[in-house]
Design a protein around this ligand. Sequence first.
Ligand code: SAM
Length: 279
Amino acid sequence: TSFGFRDVRVEEKQGLVRDVFEKVAPSYDLMNDFMSAGVHRLWKDYLVDKVGVFPGMTHLDVAGGTGDVAFRVLRELRRAEEKARRGGGGGGGGGGRARDFDPGRVIVSDINPAMLAEGRKRARGRGLMGLNAVDAKGDALLAKLEFVEGNAESLPFEDASVDVYTIAFGLRNVTNAKAALRDALRLLKPGGRFMCLEFSHVTQEPLRSMYDLYSFNVIPALGELVAKDEASYRYLVESIRKFPKQRELEDMMRDVGFKSVSHDNLTGGVVAIHEGFKL
Ligand code: SAM
């Protein structure tokens, strides 16, 4: 059967994407490591470093899948909150105030319940669920982790309710990326930050040919070998090819109203982080 997404009608894409991730969910984490030789971990670390967590923040990770990005943010955030609570009396300017914040929220959101279920299982395995630390009254002291099903094009969150929105390897799977950008802008607080980590376009020549060779031949073959599913992995490669170039995505972000838009190429443009702010 042909798996040519090029000819698929827009309204069918969502269902097909759902099927792909339904199928790959159990093998998803293994395949990520396998296909990127573990490098996706470094890209995600880099993204989370750039987030700039702060006590009490609300972080939303859209298309969060099995939680890779959200778990990193949660760990950083709980660390920052612990420090703020401990360091309150330490004499630093404004230290007294620092103790006084409601614990933050880290929300993993995804359209696919199978991916979220896998994420919950992992979070439990890592001891990230639950309140983690409570005060004498039983109230949470540190940020909580939540899982919420939702389509990036119209998420079930209130206007101006989120400090930082991340989407990692997700935007290219969304049927209407522009609608997702618009919804991101809607739910961010003024001053809030949007960050998209996504496969992008390699510009430099020797690397580009090598990368094409790898993605068109090696990845589908590995998909077949490891997950017995060549078609799904062929889709992944095609979706990367069709995704807007770095500058085009920047323009889309500006079009919907993001300010201070920029991008940062990693690994020669194999992936890029696009960011923008709601002002
Ligand atoms: N962010 C995770 C990571 O980096 O490991 C998962 C990335 S995975 C390649 C893409 C995810 O996008 C899948 O979990 C899929 O279910 C989700 N997805 C696809 N279309 C979506 C949509 N319209 N809204 C929200 N999530 C979507």
